[in-house]
Ligand binder design. Structure first.
Ligand code: MSP
Length: 682
C-alpha cells in the first residue's frame, strides 16, 4: 500500500471497489471486496492520508435490460431498486465510502461520452462490423465460432451477433501495455495475475468492439445515437467520472486533479482482464494517467463451492448482521480468507471464529481487564510503581511494540489475515499473562507489594488492550470504538495511528461504562442464521423463476451446498415468450411420503411419484399442511429446477403453490378433474 507519496500530491489515497451489477442483490461476495476496501480506507485515514473511497453500481447493458423485463419494470426502475439495496446494505454496515457512483447518473453519462469523444479525436475509434458470438452474462465478445457455443469464461450459451460497431484500436496497445507491465511490477498484483495478463497480451490483442445497436439500455455514442457504448467502457470510466472527469466545473476539476490517479483498484480475480488490459489501454489512448495498482483478490466460496444462484448457495450479509453483527462478518472475511487466494465461508466457521477470537480472545481480555480495574481500583487505570515491574511485564511491552511494527507492515502488504494473526498473538499472550499472574489472588492480599504488583499487571493489560484496539479498529470499527470508550479514551476517530506506541496511556484514566462487547454464540446462532436464509429462500420462489428467464442458464449447474437460493428481484408483472415458458417443466406428481423435517418448523420432506421416477422434495409448507393429509394427494411439481440442499436434504424439484395474504400462506395447486401422474402442464 502506500506510504509512497508523490511530490505533487502529498498524502492522498484513492481506492475503489468494482461497481456492482444491479441484476443480482448484494451478497457476501460483494461485501468481501467492499469490506476489504473499507478497512484499507479507514486505516489510511488513521494514518493521515486524505482518503477517497469510491463504490457504486453498474447499471447498463443487455443483462440488466433483460432482468428488468423479466421483473416487469423499466431498466431504470429496476436499477433504482437494486442500487438502493446495495447502498442500504453498505450504510447498514456503516461502510465509510466517500462517494457512491451510479452509471445512470448524468455526471457519469457526460464523462463517458467525453472519454469516447477523446478516444475518437485521438484516432483510436473507427467504424467497422462485427459478426460473431457474444456472452451476455459476461458482456464479452468471445472467441468461439459455433452459434450457441458455451462462453469460455462462464460456460453459458453465447448469442450470435452481426452488427455495425465502433471499434477501439486495442491491437495498437499491445506494445505499450507490455512495456507498462514490465516497467511497473506493482501495477498488477498479485504476481500470478500479472503473469496471466502478460501472457494473454503476448498472445495478441484484437481490436475491441465498443458499441452496440441491438439494445438501447446504455449511454448513446455521441453523435450517433443508435449505438450505445460498450458496457465495460462505460463501467470502467466510473473511476474517473465519479471524481469529476468530463465536468467543466472548477470544483470537479480540482477533485480530479487531487485524487486521480487511483492508488488502488480492488477487484475480484474474474475481472482482471477488463481492468488490467482494457482500462489501461483506454487511458493510454486518451493520455490520462494510469492507476497505480490493480489488486485482484480470490473468490469467496460457500463450503468449498462457488456461490451461485443455480446452486442455491448464496449467503446474504444481512443474515450475519441480524445475528452476530457487522464486525463479526468483517473480522471473519479479513482473518479467514488469505487475501489473494480463494477462501471458504460457512456458518460453522463463522461462529467458531467469533467465539475463539472475538468473544474468548479480545472480548475476554477487555472484560476481565476492565472489570478488575473497576473492582480493584475504582474504575481508574492504575499506574505501576517502577519497583513492582518484572521481566514478564517487559516481555508484554516488547511484544506489543513488535506487534505494532509487524501489523503495519503486513497490513500494508495486503496480508490482512497475517496482520490479524499478529494482533491476536498479542491478545493471547496478554490473556495468558493475566491467567499466570492471577491478579484476583493478589487483590485478596493487603500488603503494599501485592497492591503495586496488581497495579502493574492491570496497567500492562490495559495498555496492551489499547494497542490492539487501535490497530484493529479499521477491521472491527464498532466494537473497538466501544472498547476505546470503556478504556476511558473517548472517541477513537481522533486517533492518529502513525504515533501508536507502547506507554501512551494517560495518567489517571477513568474508565467508561464497562460492558461485554462480544456475547458468546452457540449452535442456536447457527440454526438462527440457517433459518433466516431458509425463510428468505421460501419467499423468493416466484422471483427466482423471473430471474431464470432473464439470463441464459449455466451449462452445468451443480447442486452442492446447504444454503437456499438468493432472494431475487420481486416480479410484479412479467412478460415472457412461449419459449421461455416451455423451459419450465411442470408435471403432475403424487405424494407418497410426507414427514416433518427435524429442527425446521416450516419444512416438510416429501417423496413424490412423477410416473417415471420418485423425487425427494423439501417444501416450506409445514405450517399449512399436516403431513399425513398430503399422502396420496396430486400436486404440481417444477421438475427441472436445479436441485438444492435444505437442512442437509436434497430437494429435487419444487412444489407449486399459491401464496396467500401478507404472510404468504401456501395453498397447493391441484385439479378438479382426475389427472394421471406424470402429465405435463403446458
Ligand atoms: N460490474 C462489473 C464490474 C465493473 S467494475 C468497472 C462486475 N460486477 S459484479 O456485480 O459481478 O461484481 C463483481 C465483483 O464482486 C467481483 O470482482 C468481486 O469484487 C465481488 N464478488 C462477487 N462475488 C464474489 C465472490 N463470491 N467472492 C469474492 N468476490 C466476489 O463484475
Amino acid at each position: 500500500m502506500q506510504n509512497q507519496q508523490t511530490m505533487d500530491k502529498p498524502g492522498k489515497f484513492y481506492i475503489t471497489t468494482p461497481i456492482y451489477y444491479v441484476n443480482a442483490r448484494p451478497h457476501i461476495g460483494h461485501t468481501y471486496t467492499t469490506v476489504v476496501c473499507d478497512a484499507v480506507a479507514r486505516r489510511q485515514r488513521m494514518m493521515g492520508y486524505d482518503t477517497w473511497f469510491l463504490t457504486g453500481t453498474d447499471e447498463h447493458g443487455q443483462k440488466i435490460e433483460r432482468s428488468a423485463t423479466a421483473a416487469g419494470c423499466s431498466p431504470k426502475e429496476f436499477a433504482d431498486r437494486v442500487s438502493g439495496e446495495f447502498r442500504q446494505l453498505w450504510d447498514r454496515m456503516k461502510l465509510s465510502y466517500d462517494d457512491f457512483i451510479r452509471t445512470t447518473e448524468p455526471r457519469h453519462v457526460r464523462g463517458v461520452q467525453a472519454l469516447f469523444k477523446r478516444l475518437e479525436e485521438r484516432g483510436y475509434i473507427y467504424k467497422g462490423s462485427y459478426s460473431g458470438q457474444y456472452c451476455v452474462y459476461d458482456e464479452l465478445y468471445v472467441d468461439v465460432t459455433e452459434p450457441g457455443a458455451p462462453c469460455p469464461e462462464c460456460g453459458r450459451p453465447t448469442e450470435t451477433v452481426h452488427e455495425e460497431n465502433y471499434f477501439f484500436k486495442l491491437s495498437a496497445m499491445e506494445a505499450p501495455l507490455l512495456k507498462l507491465y514490465t516497467e511497473n511490477p506493482e501495477f498488477i498484483r498479485p504476481e500470478t495475475r500479472r503473469n496471466e495478463v502478460i501472457s494473454f497480451v503476448r498472445g495478441g490483442l484484437r481490436d475491441l468492439s465498443v458499441s452496440r445497436t441491438t439494445f438501447t439500455w446504455g449511454i448513446p455514442v455521441p453523435g450517433d445515437e443508435k449505438h450505445v457504448i460498450y458496457v465495460w467502457l462505460d463501467a470502467l470510466a466510473n473511476y474517473i467520472t465519479a471524481i469529476g472527469y468530463g465536468s467543466e466545473d472548477a470544483k470537479d476539476k480540482a477533485k480530479l486533479a487531487r485524487y486521480w490517479p487511483a492508488d488502488v483498484h480492488m477487484i475480484g480475480k474474474e475481472i482482471v482482464r477488463f481492468h488490467c488490459i482494457y482500462w489501461p489501454a483506454f487511458l493510454l489512448a486518451a493520455e490520462i494517467p494510469l492507476p497505480k495498482s490493480i489488486i485482484a483478490h480470490g473468490w469467496l466460496l460457500f463450503e468449498e463451492s462457488k456461490m451461485s444462484k443455480s446452486r442455491g448457495n448464496i449467503v446474504r450479509s444481512e443474515t450475519i448482521l441480524d445475528t452476530l453483527g457487522a464486525d463479526t462478518l468483517r473480522y471473519f472475511l479479513l482473518r479467514e480468507i488469505v487475501f489473494g487466494s480463494d477462501g471458504s465461508f460457512s456458518f460453522d466457521a463463522l461462529v467458531q471464529r467469533f467465539n475463539a477470537d472475538l468473544a474468548n480472545g479480545l472480548g475476554n481480555l477487555s472484560s476481565r481487564t476492565l472489570s478488575m480495574i473497576t473492582r480493584y481500583f475504582d474504575g481508574e487505570i492504575p499506574y505501576p510503581s517502577p519497583g513492582a515491574r518484572d521481566a514478564s511485564d517487559d516481555a508484554v511491552a516488547q511484544l506489543a511494540q513488535q506487534t505494532i511494527a509487524d501489523f503495519h507492515a503486513q497490513f500494508e502488504q495486503f496480508q490482512f489475515s497475517r496482520a490479524l494473526e499478529t494482533a491476536w498473538a498479542l491478545v493471547a499472550a496478554v490473556n495468558k499473562y493475566i491467567v499466570e499472574h492471577e491478579p484476583w489472588a493478589l487483590a485478596e492480599k493487603e500488603d503494599q507489594d501485592s497492591r503495586a504488583r496488581l497495579a502493574t499487571i492491570l496497567h500492562t493489560s490495559a495498555e496492551a488492550l489499547r494497542v490492539v484496539t487501535a490497530l484493529v479498529h479499521p477491521v472491527i470499527p464498532e466494537s473497538t470504538a466501544r472498547i476505546w470508550e470503556q478504556l476511558g479514551l473517548g472517541d477513537i476517530a481522533k486517533l492518529d495511528l502513525r504515533n501508536l506506541a507502547w506507554g501512551q496511556l494517560p495518567l489517571h484514566t477513568k474508565l467508561g461504562k464497562v460492558e461485554a462487547v462480544f456475547p458468546r454464540a452457540d449452535k442456536s446462532t447457527i440454526e438462527r442464521m440457517q433459518q433466516i436464509e431458509q425463510d428468505r429462500a421460501a419467499q423468493s420462489v416466484p422471483a427466482a423463476v423471473a430471474e431464470a428467464n432473464a439470463a441464459s442458464k449455466p451449462v452445468q449447474p451443480a447442486p452442492t451446498a446447504a444454503i437456499a437460493p438468493a432472494a431475487t428481484i420481486p416480479a410484479e408483472s412479467n412478460t415472457i415468450t412461449i419459449d421461455d415458458f416451455a423451459k419450465v417443466d411442470l408435471r403432475v406428481g403424487q405424494v407418497k411420503v410426507a414427514e416433518k423435517v427435524k429442527g425446521a418448523d416450516k419444512l416438510l420432506r416429501l417423496e413424490v411419484d412423477l410416473g417415471t421416477e420418485t423425487r425427494q422434495i423439501v417444501a416450506g409448507i409445514a405450517k399449512a399442511y399436516e403431513p399425513e393429509k398430503l399422502v396420496g394427494r396430486k400436486v404440481v411439481i417444477v421438475a427441472n429446477l436445479a436441485p438444492r440442499k435444505l437442512r442437509g436434504l436434497e430437494s429435487q424439484g419444487m412444489i407449486v403453490a399459491a401464496s396467500i395474504g401478507d404472510d404468504g400462506v401456501p395453498v397447493l395447486a391441484g385439479f378438479l378433474e382426475d389427472v394421471p401422474v406424470g402429465a405435463k402442464l403446458k
